[in-house]
Design a protein. Structure first.
Length: 477
């Protein structure tokens, strides 16, 4: 997979621009993928002849993509016979039939739960964890208070997460900005999205649901409703709406590592009366949801990546401080480059980091850290003249690039000199060095084949920021 990020992110406050960007990304990347584990669980339920229908329905409800794809299938022109539209998985299974659903599932692309390694994958895993945790909290509370509305409660919570998942998957560089501005607060994400993109999360949900041909009744509930307003009986529209927002906010607080646990406990305590359920039952519903195997697994994957990110953040802070102090004393480019290479190399645990500089119509490797034999360094050179490969594309568009897997990249994107000189490179990043609008060099850093290559969107952007600060010393060359 190859991802490029413009040096200046494309998040826009213009309403039409963002919706156009989202539509373009949706067309380019295709449908939201489904977790491989969810597919295996669904197939196991289908193959088990002793299972009753509820087991298959619960298997579908356990995955966001499966749920919306099954409901969409039943609402398609091929199957829909209901004037009001299909709004639940139970209705969808009855109308579309298991054979049609099984054929559709067989063609879904997979989001391997082990691969939270790319910016969009990390963002999707994080938002997916919130959606699944919120859905299970809502399921458990509804099972206590109104068993006939469990499925509706789960789907309402999932619909609250449509916009978040869509932006996280298709526009990860924008979603990480929204999260950063919101500082982990679930309700502030709404205003942050409006400020950064010019579009509310509710509008995104409405546009996406329209493209998916979902009934309007499924998205009319995506309005911020105070929990205190839910003074109606369990199972009512107001109560289900309040439950969905309670579950979503609770999941966000649980997953946000910076959240104050006292705030979480106080929030839960305030919701018992309007939701007409005891605090003990609420806490039990939350505890049971957190014990779900898939949620625990996703939490573990996200936590592993957070540890790497925290280490990088610490090193990045030290690197920026060192650059700032040295810059005030007239630091030359070579010395600044040494600080940047050391920060990148150690912080992201790369196999090697190499700097290419332009000279006499070529880009030559001049400086490096890590595993690189002296005999290989002279071979790391390529012409300035354009060729259709990833290095020249990065320079042409002055765009940061992350190639997650060299073995899966198209053959034509990797130049021959690269494949012959660095055959052990499994994944790599490219950071163009630009001075006065002209390409003067390129920072290359890779992980070896078989190594885990993990990078968060915030960290990917931070690498670019570190490079930008480096280029402030270019005038001293």
């Amino acid at each position: 997979m190859i991802q490029t990020t413009p040096l200046r992110p494309a998040a826009s406050g213009n309403h039409a621009d963002f919706l156009a960007l989202l539509a373009m990304r949706m067309q380019e990347k295709g449908e939201l993928p489904v977790l491989a584990k969810s597919i295996r669980h669904f197939k196991a339920q289908i193959d088990n002849r002793d299972n009753v229908g509820i087991d298959i329905i619960n298997a579908i409800l356990g995955d966001f993509t499966l749920t919306q794809r099954v409901i969409r299938l039943a609402n398609s022109s091929l199957h829909s016979i209901s004037g009001n539209g299909v709004t639940t998985v139970t209705q969808a299974v009855a109308i579309a039939g298991l054979d049609s659903i099984a054929r559709m599932v067989a063609n879904l692309s997979l989001l391997d739960e082990q691969s939270a390694t790319t910016p969009e994958s990390y963002e999707v895993h994080l938002e997916l964890e919130k959606a699944l945790l919120a859905s299970d909290i809502a399921r458990n509370v509804a099972a206590i208070s109104c068993k006939d509305h469990v499925e509706e409660a789960v789907i309402r919570v999932m619909m609250l997460h449509v916009a978040r998942l869509m932006v996280a998957f298709y526009c990860p560089e924008i979603w990480c900005k929204i999260r950063r501005v919101a500082a982990g607060d679930y309700e502030r994400e709404q205003s942050a999205a409006q400020w950064i993109t010019g579009v509310s999360l509710g509008e995104v949900t409405s546009v996406v649901a329209g493209n998916w041909r979902l009934p309007r009744t499924m998205i009319e509930h995506d309005l911020m409703l105070s929990i205190n307003d839910a003074a109606d009986h369990p199972g009512s529209d107001a109560w289900l709406q309040a439950l969905s927002h309670f579950a979503a906010r609770t999941a966000s607080l649980l997953i946000n590592k910076n959240a104050d646990q006292r705030s979480l406990k106080n929030f839960v305590a305030r919701c018992g009366l309007p939701l007409q359920i005891t605090i003990t039952d609420l806490l039990q519903a939350i505890t049971s949801a957190r014990k779900q195997p898939l949620i625990k697994h996703l939490s573990f994957e996200v936590e592993k990546l957070s540890i790497v990110s925290s280490d990088f953040r610490h090193r990045l802070t030290l690197g920026i401080m060192e650059l700032g102090l040295a810059g005030s004393r007239g630091l030359d480019f070579g010395s600044a480059l040494a600080i940047v290479l050391e920060t990148i190399y150690a912080g992201m645990r790369f196999n090697r980091v190499v700097t290419f500089l332009r000279s006499a119509g070529r880009f030559r490797a001049e400086f490096h850290l890590g595993k690189l034999h002296a005999a290989v360094l002279p071979k790391l050179v390529f012409p300035e003249a354009y060729a259709a490969d990833i290095f020249h594309l990065s320079l042409l568009h002055q765009a940061d690039v992350f190639v997650q897997d060299t073995l899966q990249s198209r053959e034509c994107t990797l130049p021959e000199w690269f494949k012959q000189s660095l055959p052990d490179a499994g994944a790599f990043i490219l950071l163009p060095l630009v001075a006065h609008g002209r390409n003067v060099g390129l920072i290359y850093a890779d992980w070896s084949l078989g190594a885990t290559s993990k990078i968060k969107p915030d960290d990917f952007l931070s690498l670019g920021s570190l490079r930008d600060q480096l280029m402030q010393s270019w005038h001293n060359v």
